[in-house]
Design a protein around this ligand. Structure first.
Ligand code: FMN
Length: 313
């Protein structure tokens, strides 16, 4: 943290929320993969002042990720096909988690795997580490095995969530893919298998083309679409899941302002994550918290929990 690191402004509004057993000092975390493990952003925001830091997806051993180019810009959104590149769970445990604990951050570790067993082994490797909750990513569109293929199929969702549930008593957040016909079916399966909370949405499968070269812009051709353009889809899915399940929801997809976050809470989210917006504005998280405070103060809302699911249809 430096003199330039920002913290949210003072307020008498109660901002604390509980996400399936995870106490958050305010409803705002970051979307996995857009904030590394927090250290790189600590010069811009005091990461301990966030509701939680969610780390980049971690697997048992390091993954190299996909070939480049693996980022493409589109109007109002971005495509990525990073492919869950990460140095493996031992590195996270040794280098990142102690730092997050030392600065006082609440930590959610995003867990990925190529097989059912790998998810469990990553959790087992972390059980003695300073982790406040796990987010199980069964929704990455950029890997050939595991990821989204698991998150689209009810029996696979039941199996992987059930196995992770047996491996830990810590809060278990299951991250859903929007690339399905009926997200409520997947949400119900994850809840029944033991999820304490659901997070949504991961990226939408998309592609971009360079017409002059007659080539795809991403080496992998297709990738995950995120940013402001996906917000209406994410809001719709949060709203549908809020009616379908009892577990709390962590909403994300295109959030860059406090009003965006409030909209997700009105649709049924207990907490929210800021993702792609961090790339354009590294202080986006604190801007979002301040924006929630502004909204609550203007509207006479004394407790942010009053907003959850308060949409009037
Ligand atoms: C570059 C990049 C990397 C991502 N990596 C992960 C990841 O490792 N695990 C995961 O669950 N989601 C990952 N995501 C998805 C985001 O966490 C989030 O669900 C999605 O981007 C929608 O939110 P946004 O529109 O605010 O970015 C990644 C997204 C981007 C843009």
């Amino acid at each position: 943290m430096t003199a330039l690191s920002r913290t949210p402004r003072e307020t008498s509004v109660n901002l604390a929320v509980n996400l399936g057993g995870l106490s958050m000092k305010n409803p705002v975390t970051v979307a996995s993969g857009t904030f590394a493990a927090g250290r790189e952003y600590h010069d811009f925001v005091d990461v301990a002042s966030l509701g939680a830091v969610t780390t980049k997806g971690v697997s048992l051993n390091g993954w190299e990720g996909n070939a480049s180019p693996r980022i493409a810009e589109t109007p109002s959104g971005m495509l990525n096909s990073i492919g869950l590149q990460n140095p493996g769970v031992a590195h996270l445990k040794e280098h990142e988690l102690p730092w997050l604990a030392e600065v006082g951050a609440t930590t959610i570790v995003n867990v990925s795997g190529h097989s059912f067993d790998e998810y469990v082994r990553v959790i087992e490797a972390l059980e003695e580490a300073p982790v406040d909750a796990y987010e199980i990513n069964i929704s990455c569109p950029n890997v050939d095995a595991g990821g989204m293929t698991m998150g689209c199929h009810v029996p696979s969702v039941e199996k992987v969530v059930g196995m992770c549930r047996e491996a830990t008593k810590r809060p278990l957040i299951v991250k859903l893919t929007p690339n399905v016909t009926d997200i409520t079916e997947i949400a119900r399966a994850a809840e029944a298998a033991g999820a304490d909370a659901l997070s949504l949405i991961n990226t939408l499968l998309g592609m971009a083309i360079d017409a002059k070269r007659r080539k795809p812009q991403l080496a992998r051709v297709v990738g995950g679409f995120s940013g402001p353009a996906v917000k209406p889809v994410a809001l719709r899915m949060v709203w549908q899941c809020h009616q379908a399940v009892k577990v709390p929801l962590l909403g994300m997809g295109g959030i860059s302002t406090g009003i965006d976050a409030v909209e997700f809470m009105l649709a049924g989210a207990t907490s929210v994550a800021v993702g792609t917006a961090n790339f354009a504005n590294p202080r986006a998280t604190v801007d979002v918290i301040d924006g929630i405070i502004d909204y609550c103060e203007e509207q006479g809302v004394k407790d942010v929990n009053e907003l959850i699911g308060a949409l009037e249809c």
